[in-house]
Every structure is written in structure tokens, then in C-alpha cells.
Design a protein around this ligand. Sequence first.
Ligand SMILES: *[C@@H]1O[C@H](CO)[C@@H](O)[C@H](O)[C@H]1NC(C)=O
Ligand SMILES: *[C@@H]1O[C@H](CO)[C@@H](O)[C@H](O)[C@H]1NC(C)=O
Ligand SMILES: *[C@@H]1O[C@H](CO)[C@@H](O)[C@H](O)[C@H]1NC(C)=O
Length: 571
Amino acid sequence: FVLLCPEFWGDVAEDFFWKTKYTGKFLDYNFDVTKETFLIFTNLGKLNLLNIFVETVNNYCCLMRVIFLGVVLDREGNEPGDEKTVTYRELLQQVCKFANVLKSQGVKKGDRVSIYMPMVVELVVAMLACARIGAVHAIVVPWNPEVDLCWHSLIGGASEECEPVWCDSEDPLFILYTSGSTGKPKGVLHTVSGYMLYTAATFKLVFDYHSDDVYWCTADIGWITGHSYITYGPLANGATSVLFEGLPTYPDVSRMWEIVDKYHVSKFYTAPTAIRLLMKYGSEPVQKYNRTSLKILGTVGEPINPEAWQWYYSVVGEKRCPVVDTFWQTETGGHVMTPLPAATPMKPGSATFPFFGVVPAILNESGEELEGPSEGYLVFKQPWPGVMRTVYGNHERFETTYFKKFPGFYVTGDGCRRDKDGYYWITGRIDDMLNVSGHLLSTAEVESALVEHEAVAEAAVVGRPHPVKGESLYCFVTLNDGINYNQKLEVELKKQVREKIGAIATPDYIQNAPGLPKTRSGKIMRRVLRKIACNEQDLGDVSTLADSSVIEQLFENRYFYDCKKKQMLIT
Ligand SMILES: *[C@@H]1O[C@H](CO)[C@@H](O)[C@H](O)[C@H]1NC(C)=O
Ligand SMILES: *[C@@H]1O[C@H](CO)[C@@H](O)[C@H](O)[C@H]1NC(C)=O
Ligand SMILES: *[C@@H]1O[C@H](CO)[C@@H](O)[C@H](O)[C@H]1NC(C)=O
């Protein structure tokens, strides 16, 4: 493959400070598991990530520009009014202090540091302090009193000076645990320089970042979006960004737009699930606030259904702001398929085209590459700097999960359709595809058809085993505020899906779901819904669930209207 874009990445690398400079070949790799798999981004030289903020003062204008600007991280806490502003210089001082604390605890380069914190500046500080001394950070859930230490008892007398530890390009930067469809978490490992180049470049180009922008990503830092597009990408660009700890609906459903107005947010990045949630309340709560500062709207986390896209574009962005529908994964480190704002003609619901250096392909079940308009498995033919390097502590699982199915390709696990214009449409996890009487159906498409109904705010569709069809469609629907669930609506919804997709996709069951089981990052836990659909009480590992009270409610609501028998039955 010749499209590795070495010149492009070379230019990006020029913008950073390298203790020893890269030479020669940038990228070497092998995707064929029948040989020894590796994905190594070599010869970039030695650097320290935090030096983006330090040594660069003399070498590159990033830090200085930011210091002159003053405001860097606005912490927007849960109570309106509870906020603080941190400049890059203050951030650096705090990072050095905490790096010294870590050193005093005996932490050294290569050690792993688990961090357990809410969305506060100190979380960013702790991550960067690890980077400063070459330790590997991992953000976790449970607190362990046996080994864990409390921040405030440590930080007090620490010095504000801490020499950087120089790292090799391929030294690990962090481990991030992702649940995966089987429920057993995988530790996705990212390395220092490739990840930095990738998040810096994607942030700059995908959000068309300029020094007068105010950027706000609503994600949780504990999620990859928070790592790449709250912490590393924006900070590497010296961006002014808003850090938000609260809920989009507290104290009321205008909260997001109030913040956009107050801080003159110009680049806004959120998840379709948040958009659908706010869409339920109509346009009035949005229009109460001034959004003229907005320039680009981004989405992340799952394919955005066209209905939500239109609302986001028309109501939030007043049809002025390009929508960047970014497709990527914890494993990819940064955006891999995305429009470039104002350069790529948009199609609502399509992540459009690959980012520079990313080469996608669509394969069929037997691993043959499909040309032209087609639908199948989304794979990548070659690495890009930000791709994960291994599953921490289990390289075999890395090979099995991502490379075994189709040797020579990185398998995303997502399905994808390419239309006649060459646009890519992510159809959702391959394990979210249903096989109904031999027809493959995408749950995302059925969900999209359901939410096009004016009564429906959100939908999640899973398969339930069926003696004849193999699988049947079981749909959970969350209704818009003020709408009651009834049989007439259920019949309408079934009709709607049948008309949009075809008779084969007619749902067997529709269940009213006032709440859906979601992870803290807003991803619907379909694995849990599949169990509820089958009335299996043993849900397995649900530690990543944001609100466990929805589960009980879902089990209680397991009834449906049988059109033939004309009565309510338990599913
Ligand atoms: C909205 O904000 C812009 C500046 O961001 C300002 O020029 C404009 O007058 C404001 N509009 C209203 C209606 O307040
Ligand atoms: C796709 O798969 C089928 C069998 O599974 C095969 O017959 C067909 O030729 C493959 N290739 C293409 C390009 O469709
Ligand atoms: C779908 O299910 C049928 C049996 O109902 C099976 O024969 C077929 O191979 C399945 N197709 C796929 C792609 O899994």
C-alpha cells in the first residue's frame, strides 16, 4: 500500500518538540495474523507529551499563544455558577505538582496508574502528570481503599517543577477499558507519539480549529472521546475548551445552550443520544439562547439517525453550521471516517469519507472486497498513527478480535454500506445485525425508522430467538415527553417500520421503555436488552451501567399487544 501519507504526518510531527528527531521510515506494520502481528509506528524519536506545553515555549508558539489568551479550561460544574478557569500555565504547574506526588509514591516510567475521579480539572491534571513522567494511565470505576490514595492528602507541599521524562515513540501512553459485546473488558493500549499526532491533527482539521475558537465536547473524560477530544487533541492545539461535569437536563433542558451562549462556544461536539434526548423537548428551549457563536457541530458515539441530524443542523445550528458526523472507536484512537467541515458535501446520517491516511474497504462474509455500492463488513487496509497497539496483557486477544476474521485487515466489528456516490454509512455493530428468516437486518435501520415517528424519542432494537424465523425483532421505545403508550401507537409503529424497510422487518414485539440501559458514555447496552427481551434475569457484568434503576422498570414493562389475539400478553 502506498497511501501511508508519510509527508502529511511528517508535517504534523514538525509542529512538535522532539528531544531526538525522527528519521527515515515512519510506519511499519503487518496486519496478517498468520505472521507475527504488530503495528509499529517507528523512528519518530524521543519526546514527552507534556512538552507540548513546556519546551515548546521556545520552539513553537502553542503555549505562549494560550497564555496570552488567558482562559483555557472552563470547568462548568453541575450547579450553575460553580465554575473555575485554569490557564495553561496553571495547568502545567498543577501537572508538575501531581507528577512529583506520583514520583514520591515511587511511580516511574512505564508504571501503570489507575485514576478514579469525576469530571474535574484534576482528572486532566492526573492524566497529564502520568504523561509527564512516562507512566501509563488507566481511568477506572471502583475505588479500592487497600491501595488507593486520596488526592488532597498528597498534593499539599509538592513542588511545581518537574523535569519531563523522555519517551520513545512507541512507549505506552494509556490503557482504556472497553466493554466489548461479550461483556469482558479489553484494555485498549495507545502509545505516545502516534496517538498524539493523530489526535492533534484530527482535532485541528475536523473541527477546523482556529485560535479564537471556544471548543466544547460534552463527553466524559473516562471515555475515549474525553481522552482524545477533551484532553490530548485540544491541549496539543492550545485550544480553549469547556469542561462540563453536569447533566444536559439540569437544572433544565436549556442547559447546553445556556453554556454555548455564555461562553460563546464555536465548536460543539456531542453524542446522538444527547441530541435525541433534547429533541424530545422541542426547539423552544434551544431558541431561548443565543447560538450565533456556533460554527461547527460534531457528533460521536454511534451513527446519527437522519431525524436527529436534521434537528441538530436546523434547530441548533440554524442551518449555518456544518455537522461533522465522526466515526471512530476506542481502538482507532481518533476519527477515521468523517466529513471535513465545509469541504465535504454532507448527507445526513453518513460519516462520509475516510480521514487522511485511512483506507477503508467493505468485505463480504467470505472476506472478498466489494467494489462500488455495497454493504458488508467495514475493515481498514493499513494503520494510521493513532490506532491501538495491543490489548493490554493479552496480545492474542488483540489478534483474535481485530485480525483473525479477515487476515490482512483491521476488522472494526461494524457493518457499513457504500452508496453510489462513494459515501460510507455505518450500519452498526455486526453483532447488532439480525438474521430474520435468512435476511440480514441492521438494528440501526429499524431504530431509525422507529424514531422517525413523532411519538418516539429513542429506540433500541435487539434480536430474540424465534423457532421459525431464527430471530425476531424486539424493539424498546422511549416516547417523547407527554405522550402515552397505547395499542394504537404500537400498531402505527409496526406499520411505519414495515413501510420504511419492508415486511421482513416488521417488529414482533414493541415495549414501552421510559429509560434505556446505557453506559456512562451514553451507549445503549444491547447485551442487557437482549437478556430482558428473553426474560433472563442474570444480566452478567453491568458495572458500566449509568443508572441501574431502569433495569427493574424494563423487566416490569415486558408486555405487548398481540394483534391477532387482540389482547395484552407477556412477551
Ligand atoms: C447574539 O450574540 C452575538 C455575539 O455572539 C451578538 O452579536 C448578537 O447581537 C446576539 N444576538 C442577540 C439577539 O442577543
Ligand atoms: C462474496 O461472497 C460470496 C459467497 O459467500 C461469493 O460467491 C462472492 O463471489 C463474493 N465476492 C463478491 C465480490 O461478491
Ligand atoms: C441466517 O440464518 C439462516 C438460518 O435461519 C442460516 O442458514 C444463514 O446462514 C444465516 N446467515 C448468516 C449470514 O448468518
